[in-house]
Design a protein around this ligand. Structure first.
Ligand code: NAD
Length: 311
């Protein structure tokens, strides 16, 4: 049986990650970029990453790194991306006009059954998936960086996405080992950025109001809330902190109301207002050490993914 084909448009950081996830699950992958050199470099980088993962026992899927790499091919046109593809993942930079153009181009040449998914992080799908012939086949599949080790994908419909396409996209994400969260409708910031920004706003106020240092704020999360949320999420955490949600609310709803009424809402993230926070963070995390620090982060995320697989 011929292998099913996946098309990737844009072979930067995220395009490469998707290619690795899809080949691990046995798909044939074609990789396209507006810059030919970028495709060449990406293939090299993917090969290196797959071999390193294999050496460290972290390679996904049943096949060897060499076999997995053999299923990924660079192509030079969008036609070669869509031809016979069951699913195309757009991974071009986060600019509205660019996303609009790419979806228009794909729409003009794509077959009736191909899913067109976008990796978009910050714009709702209706802002660039409107007026298309194949709008029913277009959907958002927003990964979390680094996708190879952090499995959550936000699957978000535009107003025109068909229910079948939403279900099929969810199935494909499950098939490749990701954890799709399927939205009933689009929403600014989807879900994870809304939660992330609520957290960042409150962190900002705690620092700005002289309550905690930046280091103190990060410690709250990494030694307190973070480890619990890593396994359970905030709702189950609440349930387990009492005898179920009814009991949690009987005990804590009055304090939730009074603290919530005191929350400060959107912080002023503009410059120079945010300068004091920037200065604290630049000191804690020197800009010339970020590369090493990212490496440090990725090693921990890899170890964490392995631990989750065991449990
Ligand atoms: P990137 O800059 O690493 O890669 C983008 C690639 O797209 C580049 O190789 C570029 O040459 C190529 N490109 C530009 N115009 C193109 C076109 N018209 N056709 C084909 N290729 C084109 O960016 P990235 O970090 O991989 O992000 C891609 C998308 O994924 C963005 O929408 C981003 O918001 C989203 N995303 C990023 C992250 C993250 O943490 N980096 C996480 C989730 C989602």
């Amino acid at each position: 049986e011929a292998r099913k084909k996946i098309g990737i448009v844009g072979s930067g950081l995220i395009g490469r990650s998707w290619a690795m996830l899809f080949t691990a699950a046995g798909y044939q992958v074609v990789l396209y970029d507006i810059l030919q050199q970028q495709v060449t470099d990406s293939l090299q980088e993917i090969k290196q990453q797959l071999l390193t993962l294999e050496k460290n026992g972290m390679l996904r899927g049943a096949d060897s790194a060499e076999v997995q790499f053999g299923r990924i091919k660079g192509v030079t046109s969008l036609n070669q991306v869509v031809e016979g593809a069951v699913y195309v993942q757009e991974c071009v930079p986060e600019r509205l006009e660019l996303k609009k153009n790419v979806f228009k181009e794909l729409d003009a040449i794509v077959g009736e059954d191909t899913i067109l998914a976008s990796s978009v992080s910050t714009m709702v799908p209706s802002s660039f998936m409107g007026g298309l012939k194949h709008g029913a086949n277009c959907v958002v599949a927003h990964p979390t960086n680094p996708p190879y080790f952090v499995p959550m994908v936000e699957v978000v419909p535009s107003p025109w996405t068909s229910p079948e396409i939403l279900v099929k996209t969810e199935e494909i994400m499950v098939e490749i080992g990701q954890e799709p969260v399927v939205f009933q409708k689009e929403h600014p910031g989807f879900g994870s950025n809304r939660i992330q920004y609520s957290i960042l706003n409150e962190c900002y106020h705690l620092i700005k109001d002289g309550v905690l240092s930046a280091d103190g704020v990060d410690k709250l999360m990494k030694f307190g809330l973070g480890p619990r949320y890593a396994w359970m999420g905030p709702l189950e955490t609440a349930v387990l902190n009492a005898e179920g949600m009814r009991s949690y609310l009987e005990r804590y709803s009055h304090i939730m109301h009074s603290v919530s009424a005191d929350l400060k809402g959107p912080a002023d993230w503009s410059l120079p207002a945010a300068e004091p926070i920037i200065q604290q963070l630049d000191q804690l995390f020197p800009l010339d050490k970020l590369k090493e620090r990212r490496q440090w982060r990725d090693e921990r995320l890899i170890a964490f993914a392995a631990l989750r697989d065991q449990m």
